[in-house]
Design a binder for this molecule. Sequence first.
Ligand code: NAD
Ligand code: DAU
Length: 351
Amino acid sequence: MEYKKKIVITGGAGFIGSHVVRLFVSKYPEYQIINLDILTYAGNLENLTDVENAPNYKFEKVDIVDANAVLEVFKKYNFDSVIHLAAESHVDRSITDPNSFVMTNVVGTANLLNASREIWKDSFEGKKFYHVSTDEVYGSLGKTGLFLETTPYDPQSPYSASKASSDHLVRAYGNTYDFPFVLTNCSNNYGQNQFPEKLLPLMIHNIKNSKALPVYGDGNYTRDWLYVIDHARAIDLVFHEGKPSETYNIGGFNEWKNIDIVNLLCKIMDKKLGSEEGTASKLITYVKDRPGHDRRYAIDATKINKELGWKPSVTFEEGLEITVDWYLKNEKWLDNVTSGDYQKYYDNMYE
Ligand code: NAD
Ligand code: DAU
């Protein structure tokens, strides 16, 4: 079959990437979707068992740090579009191992840009490089204010510095070579299939196992939470309707202090597990703070709302309920990803 588009989605076996792959494979049978992923600890093909046999889906195990391997696969498929999500994504890991963040997030992005330029050298007509980034590039907010697309970059962790570098590279290719790109910066995602090193799934897993709930510092750090499927919907919209060379901020209009979100989760989990109210919150334990911890993130998503008509489709209460139910129903998924290497990481990090 002659496909209308050939899209490579990098990092498609990860948390957000798997939701984007599922959406594109099922919504657009006329597009061929190639999931390019090296399957680090965070990449899991079990996230995609429902679409793995779709005729318009293919998986390629490739390390984006390997320039030759990237170019080879780009030549093999002759993609017209790239949606780039592959990254090292966990701030705490970037503090203990910054170099792997530089390699994947900076060098890996440069390799994808170069391979795209090479296969698109005759013409950029109908081509698109969509770079998926984070609100962490803007640094930390005080008590008030929101991140706008025009907020100056001020990354504070090795993770956010590596993502900021990759954003700069993408824009520099746009400026220097007229390279066709679009970029989004999104706030904290939550939902099914998130690796349990991140706040919400880690707390769900620990409550289920009656383990301490490690809250960093005073717990009054603030994040703006968005349901992952709403992020995938935004990516679909920006991919199809976003203006070339533009940046769009994506956020949940949904700020929470960490301690409040953990308390809310404790209440929900007590109900779901049939425990007496207050059981889970007794597990809350304040622990040493994350070094250089950003105090507050909050996105102003007016531009994507006004220009493209995007807004979240579920409330936080609805999204959280779906998420908790999913983790309780998918014990096998959680057991598989929390055994082995993750157990070692957890022991080093928290014990
Ligand atoms: P994740 O850690 O769950 O998944 C990352 C995926 O990238 C994994 O499948 C992994 O195997 C793959 N990968 C890592 N290194 C690779 C390499 N060298 N070559 C090929 N594949 C590689 O990450 P996520 O939370 O789904 O985030 C996806 C993207 O969205 C990242 O770029 C991240 O910066 C961005 N983002 C995440 C959030 C969030 O809250 N999780 C918010 C905003 C933006
Ligand atoms: O803002 C977008 C970013 O959100 C993404 O770019 C990152 O990839 C993603 O990991 C996320 O970064 P955070 O550092 O905000 O997410 P994390 O889940 O690690 O932590 C959320 C907050 O909870 C943060 O203030 C640290 C705190 N925390 C986290 C963990 C894992 C705790 O208090 N205890 C914990 O055990």
